[in-house]
Design a protein around this ligand. Structure first.
Ligand SMILES: *Cc1c(COP(=O)(O)O)cnc(C)c1O
Ligand code: SF4
Length: 393
């Protein structure tokens, strides 16, 4: 049996005038979900200069944009950081010089057969519960399943996944993701989380990754927060790539989650043209910190089909990191990550500030240090394998 996630019928799409007057907080989230724009042609007249793309783009990845997200988009600028994230462009039709794929991270290889659990690391698992999101990001790393008609997670797959977690006593950390787990109804989430907690008491840390909080903040209701609190969800990681996504409505709903005692983290994808800029990143992470949402990871764009034009080169990611560390509050600085090809896993991208070097006279090592602003100092004692002069008095 399929999970009932997507509303069967489409609600009426909002015109530009209706969108200008639209109050996203005044309508139940399910209603807004049914009013999503799902074709670039539906945005003609809503936004200007919408690029006409070939229909073949849709066979690879669907389009979905909530009215709330459309409202935040710049009406005229095709390079608006929100438009770039959600509107398809002709870039998706071109092929890069390197190979792209649908499952670049090799998650299928690490999926436990019959389940939707990716068990790659010791003691913790990624549990994919849904293949839908409120809006669809053009650079999505899970294009192999997200929005694909045959990518739905079946009810019995979810049951077998819970069986697996219940039967593996050394799993102490479960990360629910998708797609977006919050596309489920409160009742269904209540069932899944309740079943997990009841059958797997050895799980110490239960977390959810969701972008719906950002794409459709009204999904966060007191009822939802009660469900999350009841089942002791300890952390929710939201996904924001640009300060424009942080609105008063988002702040208000984030506060609801925090009131339920849930720690919050931020995940960001490093995207060319959207946030590959030190000033943009500093602002994003400081605004996040102000909300009490701790920047956690910045991911490099994965080599998925139709997303190559977003890739920020590795050397540039190092520079971006160097523009943050030391320059803004420590808690605002996330870890930069590249997810290794074919299942190698998360690899931190860390510039070297401290480096051991053989001394010119060959007597041992010295440690060369460089601070955030480029000042350097040598610390010969830190290597500790050169001959320590003995006291002879
Ligand atoms: C990211 C990820 C996790 C969680 O990793 P943390 O570094 O603990 O946040 C777990 N499993 C898979 C497959 C992942 O990709
Ligand atoms: S919210 Fe996440 S899973 Fe959903 S489309 Fe965007 S990147 Fe993919």
């Amino acid at each position: 049996m399929l999970q009932q996630i997507i509303p069967i019928h489409h609600g009426k799409l909002l015109t530009r005038e209706e969108l200008d007057a639209y109050d996203p907080a005044a309508e139940p989230w399910q209603k807004q979900f049914s009013r999503r724009y799902t074709h670039h042609a539906e945005l003609y007249g809503i936004l200007n200069h919408v690029e006409k793309v070939d229909e073949s783009v849709y066979s690879q990845f669907s389009v979905a944009i909530t009215p709330y997200m459309a409202q935040l988009m710049d009406r005229d600028d095709p390079n608006c950081p929100l438009r770039l994230q959600y509107l398809p462009t002709r870039n998706e039709e071109s092929k890069p010089g390197f190979q792209t794929m649908l499952d670049e991270l090799g998650e299928e290889g690490d999926t436990i057969p019959g389940t939707s659990v990716v068990h790659r690391y010791p003691r913790r698992v990624l549990f994919l519960v849904s293949n839908t999101c409120a809006s669809l990001c053009r650079f999505c790393t899970r294009k192999r399943m997200v929005s694909q008609p045959d990518g739905s997670v079946h009810k019995d797959e979810i049951e077998r996944s819970i069986d697996y977690i219940a039967g593996n006593k050394d799993i102490d950390d479960v990360l629910l993701s998708g797609g977006d787990p919050l596309t489920f109804s409160d009742e269904r989430l209540d069932e899944i989380l309740g079943e997990l907690r009841r059958r797997a008491p050895h799980v110490r840390f239960l977390r959810i990754g969701s972008r719906m909080v950002v794409q459709l903040p009204t999904r966060v209701t007191p009822e939802l927060c009660a469900v999350l609190e009841r089942h002791r969800v300890q952390m929710i990681n939201i996904h924001i790539n640009h300060p424009k996504e942080i609105t008063p409505l988002l702040r208000e709903r984030v506060k609801l989650i925090q009131k339920a005692g849930i720690m919050m983290g931020l995940q960001t994808v490093c995207l060319k043209g959207v946030n590959d800029d030190v000033a943009v990143m500093r602002e994003l992470f400081m605004q996040s910190l102000e909300m009490g949402v701790r920047p956690y990871y910045v991911y490099s764009t994965d080599m998925v089909e139709g997303a190559h034009h977003f890739i920020v080169p590795h050397h540039r990611m190092l520079e971006l990191y160097e523009g943050l560390r030391g320059w803004i509050s420590g808690p605002a600085v996330p870890t930069f990550i590249v997810d290794g090809l074919g299942g190698l896993g998360k690899l931190p991208i860390i510039p070297q500030y401290v480096r051991e070097e053989l001394r010119a006279d060959g007597t041992g090592t010295t440690v060369k240090c460089r601070n955030y602003a480029g000042r350097t100092v040598e610390m010969p004692g830190l290597g500790l394998d050169f001959r320590v002069p003995s006291r002879t008095n």
